[in-house]
Ligand binder design. Structure first.
Ligand code: HEC
Ligand code: HEC
Length: 164
């Protein structure tokens, strides 16, 4: 009797374990099948011929604005934009084409506006006789303009509009 009982119990255990395992296989199979159907296909195929590289036409260069009209500044400390062409103007350690017109001594002949007083100050506020080294490379701050369309919309509002 005892032996029979024991045999019956372990047979039952095996049956239950087999049933649970079978159910798990079925359920996970169903979940897998569904996920394969709904998963977004963001991974490129690994097999098959690759697309050949094609030529992409470069967008045309935008036209520079060179109308010689000085542009209003959007706020008092703004470096004014350059209203003339600067093509082939040399700006190196040895040569500075900009200063040949904008340096104080040359403005009478060139008719160009003089670099402002801030351009003579070193970082301690000391006045120098000529342009300070930190203002030597003009195009670090002053840039010409083109007729290119802005890449993103601009929501800038003039400080006057803020009412102060
Ligand atoms: C041949 C002389 C000449 C040269 C060289 C020159 N400029 Fe000018 N620049 C002028 C004149 C003249 C103006 C006044 C507006 C006009 O006529 O274009 C001017 C205007 C400007 C303005 C606008 C100032 C304002 O208050 O709106 C900036 C900024 C400027 N130039 C920067 C430069 C930079 C930077 C370079 C060198 C890359 C340079 N310029 C080279 C003659 C020159
Ligand atoms: C570090 C930035 C910076 C550099 C570099 C710089 N500038 Fe300026 N520039 C400014 C700012 C800011 C202003 C307007 C406020 C002021 O006058 O300081 C200005 C103003 C000017 C003006 C208008 C002056 C006036 O009184 O209307 C001219 C012209 C000018 N710069 C020419 C030049 C030239 C030429 C060079 C190169 C030798 C140069 N700048 C280098 C920032 C710079």
């Amino acid at each position: 009797m005892r032996g029979q009982n024991r045999f019956g119990l372990s047979a039952m255990k095996t049956l239950i374990a087999a049933t649970i395992a079978g159910t798990m296989v079925l359920v996970s199979g169903a979940i897998y099948a569904q996920s394969v159907q709904t998963a977004p296909q963001i991974v490129p195929r690994v097999t098959g011929a690759a697309k050949p590289m094609g030529d992409v036409p470069a967008p045309p260069f935008p036209r520079p604005v060179t109308d010689d009209k000085r542009v209003m500044r959007n706020y008092p400390e703004q470096p004014p934009v350059i209203p003339h062409s600067i093509e082939n103007y040399q700006l190196t350690l040895r040569a500075n084409r900009c200063l040949e017109c904008h340096r104080r001594e040359y403005t009478e002949g060139s008719g160009a506006p003089m670099i402002s007083v801030t351009h003579f100050m070193d970082r301690d506020g000391q006045m120098l006789a000529d342009v300070t080294p930190r203002r030597y490379f003009c195009t670090a701050c002053h840039v010409p303009q083109t007729d290119a369309r802005p890449l993103v919309p601009n929501t800038f509002t003039d400080m006057k509009a803020s009412g102060r």
